[in-house]
Design a protein. Structure first.
Length: 221
């Protein structure tokens, strides 16, 4: 077996830019998915039946179809339908954010509904409005409980960015593909990006563990 990782190192700019795009996409989509997911979870627990139906339908669509199919619909289908062309980055952000929102909304809905009903009754008895109650009392407690699940969603999103290579985005997988074309070596480039993904996931998990410990300590103070 003849392995030569120096060949991969010669093309490190490809890997650098691919890793940078992967991290940027993950960060943007996690933030957008989080905001949309919170709003969608509030819609699902509202007392407006049409909104509840919409929230459930939205979630069933994005959870019930493959992410790659959703990306193809956004990148190739919507331009045909709307006459507007999206870049690969724009298509990725839109698709991953909408998809992540569906999963995060379910995570938040479960976290909110797990809060003891006495908290709601106490807030209402003190004259706290619904918006302030959710913002200052319910949502902070829900985030504390569902933090591990949110981290899992972020990790999944980080790895799922690899499918952007299908529409031509030069993220890590596409960068490895380009190296294989120029070097005719396959094992080394793909092993290197696997290690890079693993390092990113470990760093994210370590940061999440520290955040969880900090949240738990602040809760005890």
């Amino acid at each position: 077996m003849n392995l030569d990782f120096s060949i991969v190192w010669q093309y490190w700019p490809f890997l650098y830019h691919g890793a940078l795009l992967t991290l940027q996409m993950t960060f943007i989509c996690v933030i957008c998915g989080f905001v949309l997911g919170v709003l969608l979870s509030l819609i699902k627990i509202s007392k407006c039946t049409p909104l509840v139906w919409f929230g459930r339908f939205y979630t069933s669509i994005f959870r019930g179809t493959p992410l790659l199919v959703q990306l193809c619909i956004v990148h190739f289908g919507l331009p045909q339908l709307l006459g507007v062309t999206f870049t690969t980055t724009q298509s990725g952000i839109l698709t991953f954010s909408l998809n992540s929102a569906a999963y995060i909304s379910e995570i938040f809905r479960g976290g909110i509904q797990a809060i003891d009903k006495g908290q709601y009754e106490a807030a209402m008895s003190l004259g706290v409005g619904y918006r302030d109650m959710m913002k200052d009392i319910i949502l902070p407690q829900a985030v504390r409980h569902i933090l591990p699940s949110l981290v899992n969603e972020a990790v999944a999103l980080l790895k799922e960015t690899s499918i952007l290579s299908y529409v031509g985005a030069v993220e890590l997988l596409r960068a490895a593909d380009q190296i294989t074309v120029m070097t005719y070596r396959f094992f080394e480039p793909y092993l290197v990006i696997a290690v890079i993904y693993y390092i990113f996931v470990m760093i994210l998990s370590a940061l999440a563990s520290r955040l969880e410990r900090w949240v738990n300590r602040s809760d005890l103070v």
